[in-house]
Ligand binder design. Structure first.
Ligand SMILES: Nc1ncnc2c1ncn2[C@@H]1O[C@H](COP(=O)(O)OP(=O)(O)OP(=O)(O)O)[C@@H](O)[C@H]1O
Ligand SMILES: [Mg+2]
Length: 298
């Protein structure tokens, strides 16, 4: 087991640390993306790393990139991360990094929802709609939608929360054509992934994709794909409506944090008890094993 809060590579220029990933430049046109064991909940980074989480997420994303490569080009180069760092840094990247094409990020996140939960459930209760998409009245929490819906969110500046926007607003921001393309591809990616996951006894309630453009303006899928950080995974056998179903992701941590009523969901985060850390680690690993049929690679 390896636990990593921050990577500390000296052989490549650090471009930035996101909440979970550290990005380094590899030449002019590529990135080394290292997935740490940091966990963010309510957009605040927890103090305690989740053992093996970075390697689990990396393996999960790679599984989906491969499976969905026929739908849209993705950012992977196939270059082994071990080959772009110094010899004494190999352990920091093994199993938890990719060498990706450095793309121009599209500042709209592509959220697809097959079920009504989370912020979607909140919006629906208040307005009867999600991101301006009117839904039938009387749906219970966690209800399956007739067809998946595309509910874009504006990618927030560092430290801010992403903000749900309407499709019309997305068109205004990035153009009508690109918006339609992102929507159609996202729905297709979600649908194929959800159909596959169903064969593994897992419901993908919702997920978020990120896209970028290469120098020729070609749309690419980037970042992480269909991981337990970017998606809600529910075991199909305990799915029920009227509740927030148990899940293979950080809902467990979120539920714990909701019990700390004195915390106002801004940094610094409260201390996570070891039991919560260990249980969360187990959930991420279980998501990997159940979805992909693979165990965590050594
Ligand atoms: N191929 C790529 N080219 C350019 N940027 C990428 C690529 N893949 C991922 N990214 C960006 O790298 C960052 C990954 O870091 P991480 O997921 O930890 O960030 P985050 O917390 O989600 O967001 P932020 O970076 O705003 O804090 C994201 O900002 C993501 O958009
Ligand atoms: Mg991210």
């Amino acid at each position: 087991m390896t636990t990593q809060i921050n990577s500390t590579l000296h052989s490549l220029p650090l471009l930035g640390r996101g909440k979970v990933r550290d990005n380094y430049a590899v030449g002019e046109d590529k990135l080394l993306i290292v997935t740490s064991d940091r966990l963010s909940a309510f957009d605040v980074i927890m103090n305690e790393p989740i053992p093996d989480k970075g390697r689990v997420l990396n393996q999960m994303a790679n599984f989906w990139f491969d499976k969905l490569a026929h739908v849209v080009p993705n950012h992977l180069t196939g270059i082994a991360p071990e080959t772009v760092v110094a010899a004494d840094e190999v352990e920091q990247v093994r199993g938890r990094a990719v060498v990706a094409k450095r793309l121009k990020p599209i500042m709209v996140e592509a959220v697809v929802r097959g079920y009504i939960i989370g912020s979607g459930w909140k919006d629906y209760q208040e307005t009867g709609a999600i991101c301006g998409i009117q839904l039938p009245a009387g749906l219970p929490q966690a209800a399956k939608l007739d067809a998946p819906i595309f509910t874009p969110a504006a990618k927030a500046e560092k430290g801010e929360h992403d903000e749900n926007i309407s499709f019309a607003e997305m068109e205004k921001r990035i153009g009508v054509e690109l918006a339609a393309k992102m929507r159609d591809i996202s729905i297709q990616l979600y649908t194929e992934a959800a159909n596959y996951a169903a064969t593994r006894g897992i419901i993908i309630a919702d997920t978020k994709f990120e896209f970028g453009l290469d120098d020729n303006g070609v749309l690419h899928l980037m970042d992480e794909v269909l991981t337990a950080d970017s998606s809600r995974f529910w075991p199909a056998d305990s799915y029920a409506t009227g509740i927030s179903p148990p899940s293979f992701d950080k809902q467990f941590v979120r539920d714990y944090l909701e019990t700390i009523t004195s915390w106002n969901k801004t940094a610094p985060a409260p201390t996570l008890p070891d039991e919560v850390v260990q249980k969360t680690a187990a959930k991420y690993r279980e998501a990997l094993e159940r979805l992909t049929g693979e165990s965590l690679k050594a």
